[in-house]
Design a protein around this ligand. Structure first.
Ligand code: ZN
Length: 309
């Protein structure tokens, strides 16, 4: 199975280290990681958004490890990465940033109303163990580092780094083939996170959405994301000076955007709202959250935004 045929698949990034990749990577369709050691233990990186998708993920984990995951890491609190926590065995310990736990509890199942899909019987389960600085998990033969990399895509981003295999599970600190979104967290922090990941020189990187990256492609994808932040930053400065709202600025810019081939172009308006806040004394009339910005994204998209979860 490949990215092109549209079905989820497991891809080995290093011996015993897997990406669970879900095409086409759009709204609520994320990727997860599965890290196994010789003793058969497994660490899962993120869950996914619906019951059906999570059952498929756990079936794949069973194929490559002796049992259910011993530990699951949430890279951040967003529902596409955490709704499946409730399907994990009670014996699985879930680790996340302390703001991830808060975010999961605060958000509840609200996203099921905002982005309708066949979610199944979801149960909210936040991380059991919370961290606010880097920690290292020691599997049988190698370390797994949980690095605090936010605020960036969210307030609570954790990158999962395997220094021996040089594999990075980036969560939504990276996207491939689609627009990143820095609605909350920090656009400047997002750029910093891409630089930090690049400095680690990963041999493979799994973005939160989009296909896995290998070799030189990792640097290219991270450089493109950094370039994208610069583009939004520049666009925000000139558009704000010209008195344009973020929506007006986005509508003017998208046709000639150097990133127009990337999916989810409607996110440009969200990112401009964030950029206006970070680069100016802009006081948005709407709160920066998905429900309040949804009408602007629909306007920019020229029609409803679909979730294929
Ligand atoms: Zn995501």
């Amino acid at each position: 199975m490949t990215w092109e045929d549209g079905t989820s698949y497991l891809e080995e990034l290093a011996p015993g280290v897997y990406a669970f990749v879900q095409p086409a990577g759009g709204w609520m369709v994320n990727n997860c990681g599965v890290i196994t050691d010789a003793s058969g233990d497994a660490v899962l990186v993120d869950t996914t958004s619906t019951e059906k998708r999570n059952r498929a993920l756990l079936a794949e984990v069973q194929h490559v490890s002796a049992g259910g995951p011993r530990i699951a890491v949430n890279t951040h609190s967003h529902p596409d990465h955490t709704y499946g926590n409730g399907f994990l065995p009670s014996t699985t310990t879930i680790i996340g940033h302390h703001l991830c736990r808060e975010g999961v509890l605060r958000a509840g199942l609200a996203a099921t109303q905002e982005l309708p899909a066949d979610y199944g019987d979801l149960v909210v389960r936040p991380p059991d163990v919370t961290i606010d600085s880097d920690i290292t998990l020691h599997l049988g033969e190698f370390p797994v580092e949980l690095q605090i990399m936010g605020p960036a895509h969210s307030t609570n981003d954790v990158g999962v780094w395997l220094p021996e295999q040089k594999v990075m599970f980036a969560g939504d600190l990276a996207f491939s083939g689609g627009h990143p979104i820095f609605l909350e967290g920090s656009m400047i922090g997002f750029r910093e996170a891409t630089r930090r990941m690049r400095a680690l020189e990963p041999a493979a990187l799994l973005p939160g959405h989009g296909p896995a990256c290998h070799g030189d492609e990792v640097g290219r994808v991270l450089d493109a994301l950094e370039g994208y932040v610069g583009w939004i930053e520049e666009l925000a400065l000139t558009s704000y000076a010209a008195g344009l709202t973020p929506l007006e600025a986005a509508q003017k810019a998208v046709a000639d955007s150097p990133y127009r081939e990337w999916e989810e172009g409607e996110r440009v308006v969200c990112n401009l709202h964030r950029a206006y806040v970070e680069l100016t004394d802009y006081e948005p009339s709407v709160r920066l959250n998905i429900p309040s910005l949804w009408p602007e994204m629909v306007a920019l998209n020229g029609g409803p935004i679909v979730s294929h979860a």
